[in-house]
Design a protein around this ligand. Structure first.
Ligand code: PMP
Length: 454
């Protein structure tokens, strides 16, 4: 074996500066809009994450269709971010657009259920294998409601999550294990923690059944909220037997198991839960199910549902801490019905998954050709490269975060017409992508690596 390949940081900084200049030259109209937005919007953006794109300012998009979008300067891009899963169906699907327009013309929100409600419940049950469902606005919301129900049912105060998980802006989940002390501490970056996470949350490393056993033995955990594979810190796949072990241990300790399928829907129409035959007590799904309209859902076993139905019909359910005024409205249900009837189906995954496999092969061949200590991981139609060998825990993956390199790879790829997901190097495929799109990314990736290594 030769010496490990290392990245020359001066070279990286010089290359990045060239890409920054190119970015500015290609986006004059976005620069104007960004300057205008700075006067009325906090940090110049409608939502804080939008400051995290590499480049001197955010790019403003004009239109998006299928797997492509065009920015306000007329540049066209292959979209491998797909709204970080929110538009995983592909953009602007005609039947979804029709359903949304029709509902907008016939009334959006009344606090009454619409006729699409039962269809949506039945379809979610068919896909994910748990029979009874509720709607929420976002996956964050759905997770919060599921946690509240779990605490109610078990009477236990704490929840458990995986180290370096991400489940939205749910306060108790923004917690990690301190790498020095092993104590539960706020996740780096969590602003103004609303609660002391050490009081609300137990954190366990992914792929570690002994740690889970020891943690749940405290007897104070209501539920384990987890992704079947971690997707927000690269992709960390479960070891063989791990998920079966999780189910056995949670059952034995009377801890409800909640699968958050918001990203792992990339594994197939019913997420990893269906694809891998998992048996959670509750399932959460958000982001793409409304074709981009904010809607999420959480489902549960008949056993959980039967225990909740009494309180659900109680007089005070409107102040119980679950639900919301616009939640489950006619627009959300119409968009969800049209989306689930026309997208995220077996036939869509049959196109998208081979494209993700081609992406993985292309990126891996570049990694291998240069002997880089990186890896690329795939789960269904989602793939991500990370600057270390495949990790088995979130903390191992977190230790390999390289923000400079991330930003450079993004910017290089973006300047060559391909958008990756922000904050990490995730690519997502839908039925509208083509092999040529994959190959365009592979060529850009290879070019970036060659430039970096000289
Ligand atoms: N669960 C998972 C697994 C997620 O990755 C995210 C967001 N990335 C959420 C929940 C929260 O989704 P939202 O921001 O739409 O509430």
């Amino acid at each position: 074996m030769g010496a490990p390949v290392t990245i020359d940081r001066d070279r990286l900084a010089a290359l990045r500066a060239v890409e920054e200049d190119l970015f500015i030259k290609r986006h004059p109209r976005s620069a104007e809009l960004a300057a205008q937005a700075r006067t009325s919007l906090l940090a110049g953006v409608p939502m804080p994450w939008m400051t995290r794109w590499p480049g001197a300012f955010p790019v403003f998009f004009d239109s998006a269709n299928g797997a492509r979008f065009t920015d306000v300067d007329g540049n066209e891009f292959v979209d491998l971010c797909l709204g970080d899963t929110g538009s995983m169906t592909g953009h602007a699907l005609p039947p979804v657009a029709d359903a949304i327009i029709n509902r907008a013309r016939t009334g959006i929100t009344t606090m009454l259920p619409s006729p699409d409600a039962a269809w949506v419940g039945e379809e979610l049950a068919r896909r994910f294998g748990v029979p009874r469902w509720q709607l929420a606005m976002t996956a964050t919301d759905a997770n919060r409601f599921a946690l509240r129900f779990a605490r109610y049912l078990t009477g236990r105060p704490r929840i458990a999550v995986m180290d370096w998980c991400y489940h939205g802006t749910v306060d108790e989940t923004l917690a990690i294990l301190d790498p020095e002390t092993g104590a539960v501490v706020p996740r780096p970056g969590a602003l103004g923690p609303q609660v002391d996470v050490a009081l609300t949350t137990r954190v366990v490393p992914f792929n570690d059944l002994d740690a889970l056993e020891a943690t749940l033995a405290h007897g104070d955990v209501a539920c384990l909220l987890m992704e079947p594979a971690l997707t927000n810190i690269g992709i960390v796949l479960p070891d063989p037997g791990y998920l079966e072990g999780v189910r056995e241990i949670t059952r034995r300790h009377g801890v409800l198991l909640i699968n958050d399928e918001t990203h792992t829907i990339c594994a197939g129409p019913g997420g990893a839960t269906k694809a891998w035959g998992l048996e959670p007590d509750m399932v959460v799904i958000g982001k793409p199910i409304g074709g981009g309209i904010p809607v999420a859902a959480y489902g549960m076993t008949a056993e959980v549902a039967d225990r909740l139905e009494g309180p659900m019909l109680g007089h005070d359910i409107d102040v119980a801490g679950v639900g919301g005024t616009l939640t489950g409205n006619a627009l959300a249900l119409a968009a969800t019905r049209a989306t689930l009837a026309n997208a995220l189906r077996d036939e869509d995954f049959a196109i998208a998954i081979p494209l993700a496999a081609r992406f993985t092969e292309g990126v891996q061949s570049v990694i291998d050709a240069h002997g880089l200590p990186w890896h690329v991981q795939r789960l269904g139609c989602r793939a991500e490269y990370w600057f270390c060998p495949p990790p088995s825990t979130g903390s191992q993956a977190a230790a390999a975060i390289d923000e400079e390199l991330d930003a450079f790879m993004h910017l290089w790829t973006f300047n060559r017409g391909v958008l990756l997901a922000p904050f990490h190097n995730m690519s997502l495929f839908c039925g509208y992508h083509t092999q040529a799109d994959v190959d365009a990314h592979t060529a850009a990736f290879a070019g970036a690596v060659e430039a970096l290594l000289g």
